[in-house]
Design a protein around this ligand. Structure first.
Ligand code: TYD
Ligand code: MG
Length: 460
């Protein structure tokens, strides 16, 4: 059989070229051409059909929205509560989930545990491993204490064989670990290339939709932290989950950044133990480091992740820098940090242009919400002045370019959580002031950055 013709398609504008080119002839973008399979001639002709031929293609029936029965999606709860929470209640029939994260963070471990739980709940499962041998997976399952596990394992990387096996064995849930190791016969490029990843994911997605099998894809991440392969991978699937956390600490976060069947930004919290990942059902205090006395450069933030408030310590170190001072942040956006330093200078008169500024969210947690701004600023000024914030202090609130402090969503809930954990002093945006006082918590409300600085000085 002749090899199917390959074509190079631009990932930006979808222009095609018969040869690989560095620059796209369509939109002029660089390095965007990727190999793809040329469509069969028959299919090609259809696409060319001019309006005068439109009548030759059979029209399809259309249905008004109201006439379509809106059935709730069928879910299979894995029984691993924290995972079900991020998925929005469980694995969805015919749904495709993509789970990404750094190597060694626990993707394979979590999925093996989830597959075993589903299998024990009576659902047939298939675990396709392209990275490890069956023996290695078995070894891991023994470590996890899953001696009698009935999960079916297939060590295979060729897509066509996997599709045939899935169709023959009819599992309810199928894990592909990982999508970057799979390759299709149809393409000549190597496994892991953009074309292969896209092609394999497309086939597996089609399989899920056609058969109702839930497919979970494991994806590698690039150095920048995005899932390797084309962006279309994230568009193709129903759910995108990211594993976060510091591999040196035992806590792991699984965050939903896209979910067609549930809330986004919901997180599941796990602790890595010698027997696999354990759910942490009450995670609000795990991202605090233990200082016996308050130290300069540390401010606790109440952040709201999904539906749960969590307390996270923000640490800052401001130290005299060289001719071009550095601004580094871990777990927080660096651009946001630069903006906050500018606001601090302009509106509170606190200059740091000759200082190195380092900011860190404790425990490897990533904070994307702007409600962290005020805590970041207070940690920075605390370090700059070498004065610790008072004991039991928390803050949250978004800071705007005009120096205003804007409210954070669901402020009362955040304050109540802080009070529950024994915090006693809070600086929050004015609009977040609770209507009734919260027992044990003194609340200072502020409208502007300079006001916040004043309040804090008054507390020292
Ligand atoms: P793994 O699931 O293989 O990571 P990924 O698939 O994301 O690359 O996780 C491996 C890490 O987890 C490894 O560093 C060892 C650790 N681990 C434990 O601490 N306890 C355990 O029970 C298991 C199975 C792994
Ligand atoms: Mg793995």
């Amino acid at each position: 059989m002749a090899k199917e013709k390959t074509l190079y398609t631009c990932t930006e504008c979808a222009a095609t070229s018969p040869r690989w080119l560095g620059k796209c002839p369509g939109c002029g973008a660089w390095n965007t051409l990727i190999e793809s399979v040329a469509e069969a001639p028959g299919a090609g002709k259809n696409r060319l059909s001019a309006p005068q031929y439109a009548g030759l293609t059979q029209a399809q029936a259309v249905t008004p929205l109201a006439a379509i029965e809106a059935t709730e999606v069928a879910r299979m709860a894995s029984g691993i509560e924290e995972l079900d929470r991020v998925l929005g209640g469980g694995v969805v029939e015919g749904g495709v989930a993509l789970i990404g994260g750094d190597p060694g963070i626990g993707k394979s471990t979590l999925l093996l545990q989830a597959m075993d739980a589903l299998q024990r709940a009576g659902l047939p499962t298939l675990y396709v491993t392209g990275e490890e041998s069956g023996a290695q997976v078995a070894l891991r399952s023994r470590r996890l204490g899953l001696e009698a596990s009935q999960v079916n394992v297939l060590a295979e990387i060729q897509l066509e064989k996997i599709l045939a096996t899935v169709q023959a064995t009819q599992p309810a849930v199928c894990v592909i670990d990982s999508i970057q190791t799979m390759y299709s016969d149809q393409l000549t490029s190597a496994p892991g290339s953009v074309a292969q990843v896209r092609e394999c994911a497309a086939h597996l997605t089609r399989l899920a939709k056609a058969t109702g099998i839930a497919v979970i894809l494991v994806g590698h991440v690039t150095k920048e932290g995005a899932i390797a392969g084309p962006r279309v991978l994230e568009h193709m699937v129903d759910t995108v989950l990211y594993f976060e956390g510091d591999t040196h600490s035992s806590f792991r976060l699984v965050r939903a950044i896209k979910n067609r069947f549930g809330a986004v930004n919901e997180i599941g919290v796990f602790a890595m133990t010698e027997r696999g990942l354990r759910g942490v059902s009450n995670p609000s205090a795990i991202f605090l480091s233990q200082h016996s006395e308050p130290v300069p450069g540390s401010c606790v933030l109440v952040t709201l992740e999904g539906t749960r408030p969590m307390l996270v310590e923000i640490q800052a170190l401001v130290d005299s820098g060289g001719p071009s001072p550095r601004r580094l942040s871990v777990g927080l956006e660096r651009d946001r940090l630069a903006m906050l330093l500018a606001v601090l200078h302009r509106h509170a008169g606190i200059a740091s242009s000759d200082q190195d500024v380092f900011v860190n969210a404790v425990g490897g947690v990533r904070i994307s919400e702007p409600a962290a701004d005020l805590a970041v600023l207070l940690a920075i000024t605390s370090s700059l002045r070498a004065r610790a914030l008072p004991k039991g202090f928390i803050a949250f609130g978004e800071v705007g370019l005009a120096g205003e402090v804007r409210p954070a969503p669901r402020g009362q809930e955040r304050l109540r959580e802080a009070a529950k954990l024994g915090f006693t002093v809070a600086v929050v945006p004015k609009a977040n002031a609770p209507k009734k006082p919260i027992a044990g918590l003194t609340i200072h409300t502020v409208e502007r950055v300079e006001e916040a600085m004043q309040v804090v000085r008054g507390l020292e």
